[in-house]
Design a protein. Structure first.
Lengths: 691, 103
């Protein structure tokens, strides 16, 4: 146990090694790949549990137990760049949750992906994903966290685009990657700014870290533009990264599209890992977020921004989810909505409440996604809830566990974990001194959540099965499978994780009820507020609101569940205009298409035009000039230098030929010349020429 | 006409005859004979200038000529040997046929 505290890096390291090993395997080694991935995550889970005990035992005495190790990664000049690992209650509970939920999703994937030809690759990416997320959790340096953060982004890109032969999947993967990248730019800028001001990116470093009192005092003392403190500016920039990763407004558009990936991926992304990373990041830098010159908690402008962003996201995503027809898209929007609640909790100062909701949400959302995966698997990859229906009879286990997840998400009082965590958030929001706005937005969101989950349940599990049998029969007879393609229950490898998660979705709520706020004490080191009349009143109010949502859903959908495929949605009958708006997701994508994307395209076109007409001509002119010079040079060479040279050569050769003609081998010829020369010399001397 | 002039005329004639023989005779041996004549004309000049100079020393010109004769003998030997070798090669002593050394 002592060993794991000092070697906490082993926990992300094991899945990473598994991913590396699987990457080297052949496609056929399916069993080996799956066992490696499962073994990696299982060992990581055991390590997490071992690491969890000391955090549990050490906290709760008005101080947070924390153990960290830092190493200098590299050094330029006098500036060391350190990275390190930290184990504290925040990391401890996240480690256990991530490894447990990931492990269950891995097991589920064994069944869900059994027929996929790229099974090996799938487990490689999944392991990488889990490793990166665990790296975020244990990172003690903003830099290390950012590296893992980007690794998560990469892995999500690979997994969303896992079926890349589908154009929509490839598109969705690209969209997810680019959208989160926009947020990450802010994160990076914030990180650079923080390093420039404090000289360290370590969170905790014996009083020197950027989240500790010394650095924070320096950061709040300095005002920047608009009177905001430096700490506020940096937190807001880092919050940009969280907006992108956690799908907050306005960067939430990638998350519903990410449903193109295999369903276990959706579960992993939306429950345990990627989207939770943003909330976790805000929780990690909470001291920075909360830093205020006056020293009052919950008053920093950054907190206000976080709270309002979260509240707006929570309500808007819940409203959009009401009118969706894809089973996974509904869950995606509910995820966005729940993440909004978590952000709101952090923003209003409910640090423990936000993290508590993160943990409970991880369980029931993983449960819901895996349940949806089971439904999709059982119904032959049908995702449209209008074509499902009546599955209660065909898939009893899935129905039961899905119902538990649904009630946890909706927040059915007293028994389900979602109730306790959401109630905690609403309680914190109500106590927020700045504004009651987020509180009311949260209440409205809770109502809508209960409503749309009821709608989904009724559509999927009640009534008759509305799948197109005749079309399926046609393709079946040729393949020689069962002629009757009714939905079937999934195998045990898929239902057992569902049952375990269902247990978690119920039981996890009791670790932090107002009657026994254990989680609050574990995470912050302080006692929670406990029960008061306000708490009880709020519990009753939120219970009533959830009941109203469920009741309205039942009235509209449950009384006479749709028997035919073509039936119009009852809500559409009442409010066609609004329903269409919500069904089109409030036209966010279209707005982006018309604005940001159109501008980018226009700018691209301008650049293209400049490139073609300006730069290309300039380059062409230079090239023509060079060509001209080359021509001139060549002419000079061939007709000037070479020709002159050739002429000289010719002359010399001619001269040589003439001279060599004199040497004809005739001795007497030579002698004649000699005699003539002699005679000439004689005459010259005789006439006294050279006197 | 003093005796020196007479001697020089004789030697000049001798030189002219030798030169003519070299230039016009096709036979290599004849050309070699002409060469000897020209050499002797030179030797005769040595004797004449020695004999008729005003302060004649005892032996100078004669020794000169003796050396020249010795060299001429050696040269004649080499020249004849060359001609024999040429004849063996070409089966001829005609100088016009021996024009291999040309450009």
């Amino acid at each position: 146990m002592e060993w794991i505290i000092n070697h906490i890096w082993v926990i992300p390291g094991l899945p990473l090694m598994a991913a590396g090993a699987i990457a080297l395997m052949k496609r056929e080694q399916r069993t080996l790949a799956a066992s490696l991935a499962l073994g990696g995550i299982l060992l990581a889970f055991i390590g997490s549990v071992l690491a969890f005990w000391p955090t549990m035992a050490g906290s709760g005495h008005d101080a947070v137990w924390r153990h960290y190790q830092n190493h200098v990664w590299f050094q330029f000049g006098n500036y060391p760049l350190s990275i390190g690992w930290v184990l504290d209650p925040l990391a401890g509970c996240m480690l256990v949750m991530v490894t447990l939920v990931s492990g269950l999703i891995f097991v589920f994937s064994l069944g869900y992906m059994a027929e996929d030809s790229n099974f090996t690759r799938f487990f490689c990416f999944m392991s990488l994903f889990a490793a990166a997320m665990l790296g975020i959790v244990v990172a003690n340096s903003l830099l290390l966290l950012f590296i893992c953060w980007e690794l998560v982004g990469l892995a999500s890109y690979l997994l969303i685009g896992f079926w890349f032969h589908k154009p929509s999947a490839a598109e969705a993967a690209r969209k997810a990657f680019l959208t989160t990248r926009i947020g990450d730019l802010g994160f990076l800028l914030g990180m650079v700014w923080l390093y420039a001001r404090t000289g360290t990116l370590l969170f905790y470093d014996g009083g020197q870290g950027c989240l500790e009192a010394g650095a924070l005092e320096g950061l709040v003392a300095r005002a920047t533009l608009g009177g905001l403190t430096l700490a506020t500016c940096i937190s807001l920039l880092i919050f940009c990264g969280a907006i992108g990763k956690s799908g907050q407004v306005p960067l939430h558009v990638w998350l519903p599209d990410a449903m193109e990936g295999p369903t276990p991926v959706s579960a992993l992304i939306h429950a345990a890992t990627m989207v939770a990373a943003g909330v976790f990041l805000m929780a990690r830098i909470y001291p920075l977020l909360d830093a205020d010159p006056a020293g009052v908690a919950g008053w920093s402008p950054a907190m206000v921004v976080v709270a309002w962003t979260g509240a707006i996201t929570a309500l808007m995503a819940a409203a959009i989810a009401v009118a969706q027809t894809d089973i996974k898209r509904i869950l995606a929007y509910s995820t966005i909505s729940q993440l909004g609640y978590m952000m709101m909790a952090l923003g209003v100062g409910g640090y423990a409440a936000g993290m508590f909701h993160l943990l409970t949400h991880a369980f029931f959302k993983a449960l819901l996604f895996l349940g949806a995966g089971s439904v999709i698997h059982g119904c032959h990859h049908e995702q449209d809830i209008r074509r499902l229906g009546g599955l209660r009879r065909h898939m009893p286990v899935t129905f039961a566990t899905y119902a538990i997840g649904m009630m946890a998400l909706a927040g059915v009082p007293l028994l389900f974990s979602g109730f306790w965590s959401k109630d905690e958030i609403l309680h914190e929001a109500m106590a927020w001194p700045i504004s009651r706005g987020p509180f009311f937005l949260g209440l409205a969101g809770a109502f809508l959540t209960a409503f749309y989950m009821t709608r989904q349940m009724v559509y999927v599990f009640a009534g008759d099965y509305r799948g197109q049998k005749q079309k399926l029969n046609h393709s079946d007879s040729s393949k020689g499978r069962r002629p009757n393609k009714l939905p079937h229950e999934s195998p045990a490898v898929m239902t057992v994780p569902l049952i375990i998660l269902a247990v978690g979705a119920v039981g996890l709520g009791f670790i932090n009820t107002p009657f026994w706020p254990g989680f609050h004490r574990y995470l912050t080191g302080h006692e929670g507020e406990g029960v008061s009349t306000g708490t009880l009143g709020l519990m009753i109010v939120s219970g009533l609101i959830v009941g109203a949502g469920l009741g309205l859903g039942w009235v509209l959908y449950g009384r006479k569940p749709g028997r035919v495929l073509a039936a119009t949605d009852p809500l559409e009958v009442i409010q066609p205009q609004g329903f269409r708006w919500l069904g089109q997701r409030l036209y966010w994508d279209e707005v982006y298409q018309r604005t940001v994307i159109a501008w980018t395209l226009a700018m691209g076109r301008v650049c293209d035009w400049i490139e073609r007409n300006l730069w290309e001509n300039a380059v062409a002119a230079v090239s023509q000039l060079t060509l001209g010079f080359s021509w001139a040079s060549r002419l000079l060479d061939e007709y000037g230098i070479n020709l002159g040279f050739d002429r000289v050569c010719d002359k010399i050769r001619l001269g040589g030929r003439r001279v060599s003609a004199m040497q004809n081998g005739q001795v007497q010829h030579y002698l004649r010349s000699l005699a003539l020369a002699l005679a000439a010399l004689f005459l010259l001397l005789a006439w006294g020429g050279w006197r | 006409m003093n005796p020196l002039t007479q001697c020089l005329l004789v030697s000049g004639a001798l030189f002219g005859i030798g030169l003519a023989a070299i230039l016009v005779r096709r036979n290599a041996i004849m050309a070699l004979l002409g060469l000897e004549l020209m050499l002797n004309a030179g030797s005769l000049n040595f004797i004449a200038f020695w004999r008729f100079r005003p302060d004649a020393e005892p032996m100078g010109g004669v020794v000169f000529v003796l050396f020249a004769l010795a060299i001429a003998a050696a040269e004649a030997a080499v020249g004849l040997a060359l001609i024999v070798a040429i004849y063996r090669h070409f089966h001829s002593t005609n100088l016009d046929e021996m024009d291999r050394l040309k450009g």
